[in-house]
Structures are given as C-alpha cells and as structure tokens.
Design a protein around this ligand. Structure first.
Ligand code: AMP
Length: 289
C-alpha cells in the first residue's frame, strides 16, 4: 500500500488509471479507522481493481464550536489497518492543499439538508458535499462507498451525484456495531466508561422500534415514543433528535408507507452520537435494516 500526501500526485495517478481502464473504488473517511471504515474498504476490494481510501479531517464540515481540533488522528495506525484489508492507496492530503488560500467554491445540496443533522449542524453538509465532490474530481472513482451509519449523508450524496451528473455510483453499506449494539464511531473514544455503557440505549431504542414495526406499527409518534423512552432511561443521555423521515427526502413523515429512516442523535456530555434504522413497507411485506 502506498500513501499519497498531495493532491497533485493523486490527480496524476488517477489520470493514468483512467487511461488504463482501471475500475477505481473510493472510500472517503476522516481516519482513526475502525471496523466500520474497514467494512467499506472490504466491499470496495471485492468490486474494484484499485481501492483508494482517503483520510482527511475536513475542516469545512465542522462548526465553529465543534471538535475539529480535538478530532482523533493516528495516521500510522490507520496505515496498518488499511493495508490489512487490501487498500491499495491511502490518500492523506493536508488541509492547505485541499483548501489553498483564496478557496471559495462550495457545493450546497438543498432540501434534503434541511432536516436532522442538517438542521442541527448548519453548514455541515455543505462541507461534506464540497469535500466529497473534490475527492471525486481528484480520484475519479467509478464507485464510492459510504456507511449507512451516516444515513442522511448517503441521501445528500445520492442527491448531489444525480443533480450534478457525477459519473459515480454511491454504494451504502450496513452499520457495523460493537457486541452490545453500539454503532462504531471514531468519536466513541471521547466517552467515559459510564457514558459508553449507557450509549447502548440508542441501538436498544431502535431495536425496540423495529420490533413494534414488525408487529405492524406504522405510526411515527408510536415508533418515536419507544425510542425516546429507552434513551430517556439513561441518566447521562440528552436527546438532540428522534425523527422518522422519508428515506430519500429526509423530511418528517407521520406514517410509514414506503422507505423510511428512524434516526436519532444523542449527546453524552459534549459527545454527539448518531444511529438509525431503515424501515420499509413494500405493499404487503416489510423490511428493516
Ligand atoms: P467518518 O470517518 O466518520 O467520516 O466515516 C467515514 C465513512 O465510514 C462514512 O461513510 C461513514 O458512514 C462510515 N462509517 C462510520 N462508522 C461506521 C459504522 N459503524 N458502520 C459502517 N460505516 C461506518
């Protein structure tokens, strides 16, 4: 595995691969890798000739009072993990190479960013859409892999590639969890032992909602209530939102009639955790993941 540290070198490599007709898969990350990230690289490895994983803590997607400076970083550990799952190139550029002096172009995806984390973290998805567009231009992948853990991010990026005719297939992969159900996240390292123990309420609440859904419940208030009650049982949890939204537009819905996402964001101290569940009704049958 080779680590590429400049935009210039990555651009040249991508041009050469394109000429050779190689199928390139991209896995964008902010590093501090865990099995969730690695699951994306493994999926890319099965589909593509060349797997590029980017590691870039993207300053434009953090709000002024968020954890950009504190975000955990460990490039040498990431290099070992990425290599262990067959990543071919790790692209780890510097912020001033991605955003040189005078940088002034941003990608704003409207509508789908008005809800959930888009409403709670103004500017977040503008930063995400901008950096992912830049990565697509630099690496020129045929396929790009994202985790369903960030469900709204997947919806925003699907909208972006459709609207801007980007020739990239967005592939969403399932949420990877710890043994107790907590979704893996680089931010879990911020949690104290007690917060980490209580963090299980996010997935437990969603699991109870899934049971209700399987029994036939379709009403938003009923599904949200069970999640809110379970999370409310944790003394250190502070709910940011519990929402049932349309699976494509991310707008709130009252009842599930097609594909929906039940999404939660919860603070433990200053650490904000997110999780979600897809609930889908297709005529007589129902699915959840
Ligand atoms: P991040 O480094 O947090 O920006 O995440 C990079 C990619 O990994 C995003 O597409 C995330 O959705 C994905 N990801 C993060 N955590 C998980 C997880 N627990 N399971 C699956 N994918 C994940």
């Amino acid at each position: 595995m080779k680590t590429i540290e400049t935009v210039g070198e990555m651009t040249e490599l991508a041009k050469a691969w394109r000429k050779e007709g190689k199928q390139v898969g991209l896995v964008p990350t902010m590093g501090y890798l865990h099995q969730g990230h690695l699951s994306l690289a493994k999926a890319a490895k099965l589909d593509c000739d060349i797997v590029v994983m980017s590691i870039f803590v993207n300053p434009t997607q953090f709000g002024p009072n968020e954890d950009y400076e504190a975000y955990p970083r460990d490039l040498s550990h990431d290099q070992a993990l990425a290599e262990s799952v067959g990543v071919d190139y790790l692209f780890a550029p510097q912020p001033n190479d991605m955003y040189p002096k005078g940088y002034s172009t941003f990608v704003n995806v409207e509508g789908v960013t008005d809800h959930l984390c888009g409403a709670k973290r103004p500017g977040h998805f503008r930063g995400v859409a901008t950096v992912v567009s830049k990565l697509f231009h630099i690496v020129q992948p045929e396929k790009a892999y994202f985790g369903q853990k960030d469900g709204q991010q997947v919806a925003v990026l699907r909208r972006m590639v459709r609207d801007l005719n980007m020739p990239v297939e967005i592939i969403a992969r399932p949420i990877v969890r710890e043994g107790d159900g907590v979704a893996l996240s680089s931010r879990n390292v911020y949690l104290t032992d007690q917060q980490r123990q209580q963090a299980v309420v996010l997935s437990q609440g969603l699991a109870q909602a899934r049971e209700l859904f399987i029994q036939g419940e379709r009403d938003s208030e009923a599904l949200k209530k069970v999640v809110t009650d379970v999370i409310g049982s944790a003394s250190l949890a502070k709910i940011d939102y519990v929402e049932l939204v349309d699976g494509d537009t991310m707008a709130s819905i009252d009842r599930i009639t097609g594909k929906a996402m039940l999404a939660v964001a919860v603070y433990f101290g200053n650490t904000r955790l997110i999780d979600n569940l897809i609930l889908e009704v297709e005529s007589e049958s129902c699915f959840c993941s």
